[in-house]
Design a protein around this ligand. Sequence first.
Ligand SMILES: NC(=O)c1ccc[n+]([C@@H]2O[C@H](COP(=O)([O-])OP(=O)(O)OC[C@H]3O[C@@H](n4cnc5c(N)ncnc54)[C@H](OP(=O)(O)O)[C@@H]3O)[C@@H](O)[C@H]2O)c1
Length: 314
Amino acid sequence: MTQKKTIVVFGATGAQGGGLARAILNDPNSEFAVRAVTRDKTSDKATALAGMGAELVEANIDDPQSLKKALDGAYGAFFVTFFWDHFSAEKETTEAKHLAEAAKAAGLKHVIWSTLEDVRKFVPLDDNSMPTLQGKYKVPHFDGKGEGDQYFAGVPTTFLLASFYWENLIYFGLGPKPGPDGNLVLTFPLGNKKMAGIAADDIGKCAYGIFKKGESMIGERVGVAGDHCSIPEMATTLSKVLGKQVGYNEVSPDVFRSFGFPGADDIGNMFQFYRDFDEACNNTRDVQRSKDLNPELQSFEQWAAANASRIPTE
Ligand SMILES: NC(=O)c1ccc[n+]([C@@H]2O[C@H](COP(=O)([O-])OP(=O)(O)OC[C@H]3O[C@@H](n4cnc5c(N)ncnc54)[C@H](OP(=O)(O)O)[C@@H]3O)[C@@H](O)[C@H]2O)c1
């Protein structure tokens, strides 16, 4: 048997990297082996991956020496950074630089960098229709990643742009909640525009499709989405699967930014970007192209039906 090619998966115990690690490990005929990066080899999630056949390596994206060790001898890597652990766009750009430099030094043959748009290319900093945050960003958790793209010049990279995880309806407090009259509502500042969304697990499955395609994907920017849905469309689907009427509480981006939870201003700006540049965002995140990479790709209806019991409605 020929030696499998090692892919180093960052965030392997999380959403994006976890989807990729499981996609490879669940494929008995895969040409790839998984080296799963974690900061704690003894955690339940890490040992579960080891049980599925992954090699574990301890590394931290803020420690360049540990990156070097993690990438040693590998064919490729999946790089993702973790904005919501620290909320700093500048830090995320620095992490991108460290990851790209480590990839170059290790001579990797194929890297996937999980990036997002630099929104400042769409909404200049002096455009006051969207507040500037952290001194020099419009959507910090997008812009810092987008700014990091430059460091991948000279690294054989596919740029992967994820879309809104539908799991945000479960874990991020963005699901249906009772309004003043007790009826459930989704509260978003999206007008009637369609937003690209995806089941988190499908992001990694698409990434696996990119690694399988190999060289032809180098230099490509690939957005992934399972569906493009307006909030009224999502409300209709949720009403069906929850067996309870769900409505739309449409608010302005200003009202959303004022909600006060950590990152509300960043997320309010993100939704304003999705609303005002819907065509560009959705064209980048093409559903058919995502399905070609991942034939198991779920639509919102499929995801909602499978996850209805996990969506809190209190
Ligand atoms: N939520 C959305 O809708 C959405 C949409 C598009 C993009 N994104 C982006 O997705 C990114 C996060 O990816 P995710 O959702 O896959 O993350 P996640 O599920 O939160 O997973 C994070 C995993 O990465 C590891 N990790 C955390 N900090 C680390 C560090 N310093 N060094 C090495 N590993 C570290 C942790 O593993 P250990 O504890 O095992 O080390 C953790 O299990 C964010 O930057 C966000 O902006 C999110």
